[in-house]
Design a protein around this ligand. Structure first.
Ligand code: ADP
Length: 248
């Protein structure tokens, strides 16, 4: 069935805040290894949708399943993160006074704490994973640079790397290219496409040039529901989508 093949199954989800229906029978399905872009005007429900998946908000009704059988609506945020769902918020949050390398090390330290993480002897497997992540986020040459000295784009990549150290099967990314230069934006599309070769990635984004570069299926949200879904070229030609973006 459709459900059996999904990493993320969002089906008939509704949520109301003080009588305002932020999500209205929202359904969309993400396959393992898929890269998916979620677009939609302000207030469409994108943030609420991310909050529902990560357990920050509970739906009033509907199903939210991970790997087709784990009911996310029954779990709290920490349990969902531990299952292998990573969330990247819009603003970068890195340890400014530590190097790029140590930020990645701290991210895989589990509950060890900053001091222990930095001074314990690195296992070879840990070293290996940090090297792989540095290569993925293309910050290998900057490994010894203090995070405070990175550009905004580089900080975003570092934080994505920190999430990767936790080996998520599903990565949720909120407006990653806001405030980036054109060249950083292009790099970010390449980076996320790379990451999606080994896991599923859902990206919420406004920047259409960037969404085009992601070269993936697009889900258009409007008033808490899916308005259109498909390749960017075809959804951009959909009269209902044009109406929502231009007709207001
Ligand atoms: P988007 O991320 O697409 O801009 P949101 O998910 O942030 O949309 O918001 C969808 C709608 O729900 C908006 O109209 C917003 O004002 C409303 N909303 C979101 N969170 C809350 C909340 N905690 N309380 C009341 N209204 C909310």
């Amino acid at each position: 069935s459709e459900k059996a093949a999904t990493i993320l199954y969002v089906d008939g989800v509704s949520v109301t805040f003080d009588g305002f229906r932020a999500l209205n029978n929202l359904s969309f399905y993400v396959e393992p290894g898929e890269l998916r872009a979620i677009i939609g005007p302000n207030g469409a429900g994108k943030t609420t949708m991310m909050d529902i998946i990560t357990g920050k908000t509970r739906p009033d009704s509907g199903d939210v399943l991970f790997r087709s059988d784990v009911d996310l609506t029954k779990l709290d945020e920490a349990e969902i993160a531990n299952l292998g769902i990573g969330r990247k918020f819009q603003k970068p949050t890195v340890f400014e006074s530590h190097t790029v390398f140590d930020n990645l090390l701290l991210a895989c330290s589990g509950g060890r704490g900053v001091f222990q993480a930095l001074f314990h002897r690195l296992a070879n497997s840990e070293k290996q994973r940090i090297e792989e992540t540095l290569a993925t986020i293309r910050l290998g040459d900057l490994r010894d640079v203090m995070a405070a000295n990175l550009s905004h784009g580089q900080k975003q990549w570092l934080e994505i790397g920190m999430l990767l150290m936790q080996e998520p099967q599903l990565l949720l990314v909120d407006e990653p290219v806001a405030g980036m230069t054109d060249s950083e934006t292009e790099q970010t599309a390449i980076l996320l496409r790379d990451i999606a070769k080994t896991r599923s990635v859902v990206v919420v984004e406004h920047d259409m040039e960037f969404v085009r570069d992601l070269d993936c299926k697009v889900t258009v949200l409007h008033e808490g529901s899916v308005l259109a879904e498909g390749r960017l070229d075809s959804v951009q030609k959909d009269p209902r989508v044009i109406e929502v973006y231009l007709g207001r």
